[in-house]
Design a protein around this ligand. Structure first.
Ligand SMILES: Cc1cc2nc3c(=O)[nH]c(=O)nc-3n(C[C@H](O)[C@H](O)[C@H](O)COP(=O)(O)OP(=O)(O)OC[C@H]3O[C@@H](n4cnc5c(N)ncnc54)[C@H](O)[C@@H]3O)c2cc1C
Length: 428
């Protein structure tokens, strides 16, 4: 084992959450090490952004770069396809909000994530790709760094007063500490692939995300990407999807027949990638922080992707983590209690989206019923869908509750106040 250095913060994972946190901390002059187990570009699912991603991307200085990148498709709207194959009118973001954020993007994640990671490096973070963190080190109940393995298999130890776990759905801390709490109802899985040359709606609507329903069972995403490719996947309960076979290509083919619009639009194209699946859809960690440790992005919580909120939550989570960690380091106090406001804000945002996701899956709920009785809810609901999550949506969800079963907020996801509230000074 080599002692390989001391930093102010170690970030584990170079996805949107980790890269954002590392870039912003480095920009503040902090000595940051980011360890990423893969070499970029690496494949990742989750290609559709929502309008409020704009604000973190703007703070990172990446809007112009993204616009010129060549790996995006402009996304101006979302559309729904009913079970009988009928396409709804587009819902254009700019009809709701006159702001540059109303134009968002569909992105190839290997390119988008590589851009974010390069940005962290350019801002001054030390980024090491091909380094896998094996263990988060603790002393006296406090996180003091990590043990990582380089590509040659050599072990190294790095130390810092703060570690940010941004390991995505691998969720290193959550897995090691047994903190994963599954959402009681959102227990779906996804099966997906890519098609080249599929037909797209014409003009501006060609970049829309399309959510197409499978009768009473689930839904398809249709995400048009650059290079004439569409990301297309089906989400439903595992027992339903695997009822006849576990062969992913066959599962996909059998569901395509359930929605005429998807079937017709894929007919012109050809599959251009392997078929993939993922399970354990929605969870939240029991804790978001411990002394010297903070969780961000999917490493903290994962929510069913129906409203494409994951990258937004990772970018925003990375941003909030950077600000909270910087303040903690300045105060010389990296105790878990220090991250109560972070947890409050994060969980509030998650809960706003989670209530919408529950309403979506309630077979008795139809947005039109809500809007007919309470036309004034349309604006608030749209705000929530575009990612303006850090507002008070109680009046909205009190009304939604008349039509749909909407969950109470989860009680977990707070900081683990170690040794019940002990303050913990960071070593200088
Ligand atoms: C089926 C599906 C569809 C989705 N669709 C969308 C969508 O359309 N829009 C959207 O916004 N979101 C979507 N998401 C969610 C989105 O993919 C995630 O929310 C987002 O990638 C989270 O970013 P992150 O930075 O937290 O984690 P990640 O992007 O997963 O990054 C984590 C990084 O940590 C690295 N890592 C892991 N363990 C270690 C370790 N031990 N040491 C070092 N490095 C490590 C990984 O290699 C990875 O690069 C979807 C998710 C799924 C499963």
């Amino acid at each position: 084992m080599t002692q390989s250095g001391t930093y102010e913060t170690i970030v584990v994972g170079g996805g949107p959450a980790g890269s954002t946190a590392a870039a912003l901390l480095a920009e503040k002059g902090r000595k940051v090490l980011l360890l990423e187990k893969s070499r970029f570009p690496r494949y990742h699912i989750g290609e559709s952004l929502i309008p409020f991603c704009y604000f973190t991307l703007k703070r990172l200085g990446l809007i112009e770069k993204l616009d010129k990148s060549g790996f995006t498709v402009d996304k101006y709207s979302v559309q729904f396809v009913s079970t009988n194959g009928k396409l709804s009118q587009p819902f254009y973001f700019d009809e709701h909000l006159d702001h540059p954020c109303s134009h968002t993007w569909q992105v190839w994640r290997q390119d988008f994530d590589r851009m974010l990671l390069a940005n962290a490096r350019e801002k001054g973070a030390e980024v090491r790709e091909g380094w896998q963190v094996k263990e988060v080190l603790e002393e006296g109940g406090r996180t003091v760094g990590v043990r990582a393995v380089d590509e040659a298999g050599v072990e190294h130890e790095f130390r810092a007063p703060m570690t940010i776990d941004a390991t995505g759905r691998d969720a290193l801390s959550v897995a090691r500490r047994g903190w994963r709490v599954r959402d009681p109802y959102l227990n779906k899985i996804a099966v997906w692939t890519y098609y080249k040359g599929a037909s797209r709606p014409p003009g501006k609507d060609g970049g829309a995300t399309i959510v197409a329903f499978v009768p009473e069972r689930g839904w398809f995403w249709w995400i048009p990407l650059a290079h004439d490719t569409v990301s297309v996947g089906v989400v439903a309960e595992k027992d339903y999807l695997f009822r006849e076979t576990r062969d992913l290509a066959q599962v996909f083919a059998q569901e395509v027949k359930q929605n005429r619009w998807i079937e017709e639009h894929l007919a012109a194209g050809t599959p251009s990638g392997e078929f993939r699946t993922t399970g354990e859809f929605s969870y939240r960690s029991k804790y978001c922080a411990a002394d010297g440790l903070l969780l961000a992005g999917d490493a903290f919580a994962f929510l069913d992707p129906v409203f494409s909120s994951g990258v937004f939550l990772a970018l925003k989570g990375g941003e909030m983590a950077a600000d909270a960690v910087d303040a903690a380091l300045s105060a010389g106090d990296v105790s878990a209690a220090r991250f109560a406001a972070y947890s409050e804000a994060y969980c509030h945002g998650l809960e706003s989206m989670r209530q919408l996701v529950y309403a979506f899956y309630d077979v008795n709920f139809h947005f039109r019923d809500l809007f007919t009785k309470y036309p004034e809810t349309r604006g608030a609901l749209t705000d929530c869908l575009i990612g303006d999550l850090h507002r008070d949506y109680k009046p909205l969800f009190d009304k939604v509750r008349e039509f749909a079963s909407v969950p109470a907020p989860l009680a977990h996801g707070r900081p683990l106040i170690g040794a019940e509230g002990s303050a913990c000074a960071s070593p200088s």
